[in-house]
Design a protein around this ligand. Structure first.
Ligand code: ZN
Length: 218
């Protein structure tokens, strides 16, 4: 489970809020809207990487690449259209607020409120409320920092978490370990290991007994 700490890497605050919101509003309409948006964005992000898409022929402006790259391009176009559709549901407006030191807060404010999916989060000594539209803005900020693919769902308990390493598949150690334990491959490995261990233990005991008898002059 993701915890809020004072020392945090870049994008951590956004990720923390998104993960909490996703886990606390599960089963509500707004939640699945954001979940679908995230899944689509991460799928698209997974394709748009160097080497996976065709290059563009500069004379004809046609994509030039192998079969897989061309297939990826069609898939990416389809996903980009879906993402655009999901995003077009939200309306935001710019807001400019001065502070005492002469700086300005420039930010986006949602104008549509889907409601019903509010959570409150305490961070840095303050309490904030987050609705679906606020979470969307957090998602956009995290995407700008290149950390969006870190928002993932646990393979075992289906809770959302933020992955610090790319190959992470579980929300925490206990999920990872219990998944290992129920995995048939792991079970078999463990069985063989225990059998070998017991055999060695038996042998060790036998040797020790023998030594003791020798020492006692028996
Ligand atoms: Zn889990």
């Amino acid at each position: 489970m993701l915890r809020y700490t004072k020392r945090k890497p870049r994008g951590y605050r956004n990720a923390y809020i998104i993960v909490r919101w996703l886990n606390e509003t599960q089963g509500r309409t707004g939640n699945s809207r954001v979940a679908r948006l995230l899944e689509t964005a991460n799928k698209l992000g997974g394709i748009v990487k160097s080497g996976q898409l065709p290059a563009v022929n500069l004379l004809t402006w046609r994509p030039a690449g192998n079969k897989l790259q061309l297939k990826n391009l069609r898939k990416a176009t389809r996903l980009a259209n879906i993402l655009e559709k999901y995003l077009s549901r939200y309306k935001v407006r710019p807001e400019l607020v001065p502070n005492m030191k002469g700086h300005w807060y420039a930010r986006w404010r949602p104008t549509t409120k889907h409601g019903q999916t509010w959570i409150t989060v305490s961070a840095d000594g303050d309490t904030y409320s987050f609705g679906e539209e606020d979470i969307l803005l957090n998602v956009l900020d995290l995407a700008k920092e290149g950390k969006l693919q870190g928002i993932q769902r646990c393979d075992r308990c289906r809770r959302w978490y933020f992955a610090f390493v790319q190959h992470q598949r579980y929300c925490d150690r206990s999920c990872q370990q219990s998944n290992f334990r129920t995995n048939p491959k792991f079970k078999l490995k463990r069985k063989h290991y225990m059998r070998g261990y017991r055999r060695e233990e038996h042998e060790r005991n036998r040797q020790a007994k023998l030594k003791r008898r020798v020492r006692a002059g028996l």
